[in-house]
Write a protein that binds this ligand. Structure first.
Ligand code: NAD
Length: 491
């Protein structure tokens, strides 16, 4: 099948994951043959998984539709118990799942493990939310009649996820859909299908009925998503990925007036004010920039630092990033893995070259090392001119551009000067400034004196071109519920 340099343990881990489509509770081959999954640290094929045809996609939706009525009637506690048991299984198997994720996605195993545990927490959180779906009973303000509201599952969903967080971006959707009593077809990114297939098996082993969750992996996403979005039986599309693809899917979904959740791209500003604890800001910057090697929608894309402390901040950050060990994610001590593919690495290199050509100074990094795999060095650029492309485009790599500001107004203006609005980070010890700036930032989330906002108990999501809808928190299940109102005549 594949020629690779995987160790026997790595080979066994890959082989243990399902490689077929999950449709109606059965693991089946794809009508399109197979698609290759690469290890981005070597560029070698590590597995061939099923390539779904449009007919396979329709069969997956058939299964979701067929399972819908029974699943909607299944007691919430039962739905929650399946999620809870699956949470336990994912945690128990975190090491094996982390290795699998690293082999298909590249990030260090320790980071993969963090993602596995984060992903599992969505299963636990929504196991608890399943039993809190309520309605209300109210007296009509004019008396007489009564108002009753009930919340019901939205119906069959299509869930499309990206490669950067192969499991967590899935459980953020699958968890609430299961809790709400909705059925689904999941389409993971073709670069990282194995983690999602492994999750499907775990949910199945923990009693999820056939057809509730169907998984289709495909070389051409559009070929399988198109027929489903056009199918009048589909009720909801939840998408995490790039803004460009999100817009295209929204246009397609408009004919069927599908319920939509759109978790799209970001361009997070990281603001450091003069009064900030500079060392804490550097620590936060490392998390906000380097988590997932910068391949995160929440990654700090640009650092705006108060002029008096800008040089000190950039130098401290460069010292820390310059010391990070780059290598295959399975090796001990590695802190930065490869980028996902050659296209992504070339884009990062192009953005860095553009900034340097315009006059930015490279404090550390700035190169793609020779050899196999899609590596790029951790990079800090100082004095980045405001017209540099990497200030307005999503970098999606380990590059930290630092520029300075003079006033709070200037900082806010720079932060908001983007079409995106997912998250911003703010470092200051002045409470009134913290709140003033938080109110003025046009984002769905803010990290205040911390470099990480992701939390299953919190509503994750953006504004502007970063999309709409919220995942996680008490809000997360709303995306999978409809509200029905009954007008009751009493007299
Ligand atoms: P992408 O948009 O290329 O792909 C995302 C998913 O959409 C994949 O499953 C892909 O196969 C599918 N897809 C691609 N083209 C399609 C089409 N024409 N029709 C239907 N489906 C299609 O994004 P990516 O490169 O996998 O992920 C990176 C992007 O995701 C970044 O922009 C990042 O910011 C964003 N992201 C956002 C969040 C968030 O919560 N806001 C989280 C993670 C990633």
């Amino acid at each position: 099948m594949s020629t690779t340099t995987l160790s026997p343990h790595e080979r066994a881990t890959v082989d243990a994951a399902p490689h077929q489509l999950l449709i109606g509770g059965r693991w089946v081959d794809g009508g399109g043959g197979t698609l290759a999954v690469e290890d981005p640290s070597t560029g070698e094929t590590i597995a061939e998984v099923a390539d779904a045809s449009p007919d396979d996609a329709r069969a997956a939706l058939d299964a979701a539709v067929a399972a819908g009525a029974d699943w909607a009637r299944t007691p919430p506690r039962e739905r929650g118990e399946i999620l809870r048991a699956s949470f336990e299984s994912v945690v128990a198997r975190a090491d094996e799942l982390a290795l699998l994720m690293t082999l298909e996605m590249g990030k260090p195993v320790s980071e993969s493990k963090s993602e596995i545990l984060y992903a599992a927490e969505f299963l636990r959180w929504f196991s608890e939310e399943a039993v809190r779906i309520d309605g209300r009973y109210a007296v009509n303000p004019s008396g007489g009649s009564r108002l009753l509201t009930m919340r019901q599952p939205v119906g069959p969903c299509l869930l499309i996820t990206p490669w950067n967080f192969p499991l967590a971006m899935g459980t953020r959707k699958i968890g609430p859909a299961i809790a709400a009593g909705a059925t689904m077809v999941v389409k993971p990114a073709k670069q990282t299908p194995l983690s999602m297939l492994a999750l499907g098996k775990i949910l199945q082993e923990n009693g999820l009925p056939d057809g509730v969750l169907n998984i289709i992996t495909a070389e051409s996403a559009a070929d399988v998503s198109g027929p489903l979005i056009a199918d009048p039986r589909l009720r909801k599309l939840s998408f995490t990925g790039s803004t460009e693809v999100g817009r295209a899917l929204m246009r397609q979904a408009s004919d069927g007036l599908l319920r939509l959740s759109m978790e799209l791209g970001g361009n997070a500003p990281f603001l450091v004010f003069e009064d900030a604890d500079l060392d804490a800001a550097v620590e936060g910057a490392i998390v906000a920039k380097m988590r997932n090697g910068g391949e995160a929608c929440t990654a700090a894309n640009r650092f705006h630092v108060a002029a008096p402390v800008a040089d000190a901040f950039a130098e401290k950050l460069a010292a820390r990033l310059g010391a990070m060990k780059l290598g295959r994610g399975t090796e001990g001590g590695v802190e930065l893995g490869p980028l996902i593919d050659a296209t992504q690495r070339n884009k990062v290199a192009e953005l860095v070259d553009d900034a340097v050509d315009r006059g930015a100074r490279t404090l550390t990094g700035g190169h793609a090392p020779d050899g196999p795999g899609y590596f790029y060095e951790a990079t800090v650029l100082a004095g980045v001119p405001s017209d540099s492309r990497l200030l307005s485009e999503e970098i999606f790599g380990p590059v930290a551009p630092v520029s300075s500001f003079e006033t709070e107004e200037e900082a806010i203006q720079a932060a908001n000067a983007t079409e995106f609005g997912l998250v911003a980070y703010v470092y200051t010890r002045d409470i009134t400034r913290a709140l003033r700036v938080s109110e003025a930032l046009e984002t769905g989330m803010i990290g205040l004196n911390q470099g990480l906002v992701s939390n299953p108990a919190a509503p994750f999501g953006g504004v502007k071109q970063s999309g709409f809808g919220r995942e996680g928190g008490p809000e997360g299940i709303d995306e999978y519920l409809e509200t029905k109102y009954v007008a009751i005549k009493l007299d």
